[in-house]
Write a protein that binds this ligand. Structure first.
Ligand SMILES: NC(=O)C1=CN([C@@H]2O[C@H](COP(=O)(O)OP(=O)(O)OC[C@H]3O[C@@H](n4cnc5c(N)ncnc54)[C@H](OP(=O)(O)O)[C@@H]3O)[C@@H](O)[C@H]2O)C=CC1
Ligand SMILES: CC(=O)N[C@@H](CCC(=O)OP(=O)(O)O)C(=O)O
Length: 350
């Protein structure tokens, strides 16, 4: 197989590291460049001793110069913070590269919504209309043809996959939905912050950004497209003392007293072409360790007979399915490869 050269911009962060873990053994991609502003000039294995002896360990980190990087790389993964990504994406596109942006900069179709939730004006609005939301289960064909893919956020990946089929097939009401999510701490990135110090996170469990988290409009945007109406969602994120994983518990009001087995059947049908969405059988609820290091999104269903509500539990790995693995899946589609090329790892258990 003729491999395509790809670049990882922002290799010192958690999603950059996860991209290297996946690309290191990918049969269709060669790592042509890895960049960092702070670590340029060093080899990957100097930054990360854990990379010694791997195929990618000796790759030299360079400064993120779009002109130089684009010369050798067809596809660029941007693993940098929102705000920084938009100008970089534009610069790489101008150089003729195709871009998978892991940040939030091109996820919201409305730049006004971006300004409201991210607190900054979108400086590259002219590029917004060409961006495709990178959830392969929903936008497979558009992703394959795209030059700019807006890779979904980690929480939205878990919540949208849990709710989209039920809204599309009108199994439950679009009003009054609650998504209660818990994330491992790697979701907050690798940059040092007091809130993610060991003593602030270990042996504790906290809610944050209730009613105001910036992933809310992203979920509402995609779920509104599924339901065909302008949706509002209650999204409650929590930080839990584990490295990886997101578990979202979603509460919805069923339209009729449909059997849970019928719901599973409808979800299986919707996801019949996805190698990764696994519908759990009756009595089985997903756990984050079942998806660690993988692209799986596990969905469990319980009908609460007393309230009439359906409860959907969704588990993903925030760094793989919620970021870097999904980015590689999108690059697979952009390259004409099988969706799951290089992404068929089994979970790291226990
Ligand atoms: N962590 C997660 O679970 C998820 C993260 N994301 C998104 O992916 C992106 C990367 O996240 P994550 O890896 O966690 O972040 P980190 O904070 O761990 O890493 C950020 C990286 O970006 C580089 N960087 C920082 N500022 C700039 C800048 N102004 N210009 C260029 N490079 C910069 C840093 O390297 P250096 O300073 O050396 O240049 C570093 O390598 C973010 O947009 C994040 O929101 C999306 C889904 C899930
Ligand atoms: C646990 C944790 O802190 N998670 C992050 C979200 C993860 C992320 O990186 O989101 P974007 O890609 O949209 O930036 C947060 O709540 O801010």
């Amino acid at each position: 197989m003729q491999k395509k050269n790809v670049a990882v911009v922002g290799v010192t962060g958690y999603t950059g590291m996860e991209l290297i873990r996946i690309l290191n053994v990918h049969p269709g991609f060669e790592i042509g460049a890895v960049t960092s502003r702070s670590e340029a000039g060093r080899a990957l294995q100097e930054l990360f001793p854990a990379m010694q002896g791997t195929r990618s360990g000796s790759i030299a980190v360079t400064f993120p110069d779009p002109e130089l990087v684009a010369r050798d790389c067809e596809i660029v993964f941007l693993a940098v913070p929102h705000g920084a990504a938009m100008d970089m994406a534009a610069a790489f596109l101008d150089q003729g590269s195709r871009v998978v942006d892991l940040s939030a900069d091109f996820r919201l179709r409305d730049p006004g919504e971006y300004a409201t939730w991210y607190g900054l004006e979108h400086g590259r609005q002219e590029r917004l209309k060409e961006a495709v939301y990178g959830l392969p289960e929903i936008y497979r064909e558009q992703i394959a043809a795209a030059n700019l893919v807006a890779n979904p956020g980690c929480y939205p990946s878990s919540v949208i996959l849990a709710l989209y089929p039920g809204l599309k097939k009108e199994l439950f009401h679009a009003e009054g939905i609650i998504a209660d999510s818990k994330s491992g701490t790697s979701g907050a990135g690798r940059v040092a912050k007091t809130g993610t110090l060991f003593c602030e996170v270990a042996d504790s469990f906290r809610a944050y950004s209730l009613g105001s988290h910036r992933h809310t409009p992203e979920m509402e945007q995609e779920l509104s497209l599924a339901s065909g109406r302008d949706m509002r969602l209650s999204f409650s994120p929590h930080l839990v003392p584990m490295n990886r994983g997101i578990l979202s518990t979603c509460y919805v009001d069923l339209r009729s007293s449909i059997q849970t087995e019928e719901i599973r059947k409808a979800y299986r049908e919707f996801y019949k072409d996805s190698p990764w969405v696994r519908i759990m059988p009756e009595g089985v609820l997903p756990e984050t360790r079942w998806v660690r290091g993988t692209m799986f999104c596990d969905l469990g269903f319980v009908h609460d007979q007393r309230t009439g509500r359906l409860i959907i539990v969704s588990c993903i790995d925030n760094l793989c399915r919620g970021a870097s693995g999904q980015a590689v899946a999108n690059a697979n589609l952009m390259s004409g490869y099988d969706l799951d090329l290089g992404l068929d790892a089994a979970p790291l258990m226990p």
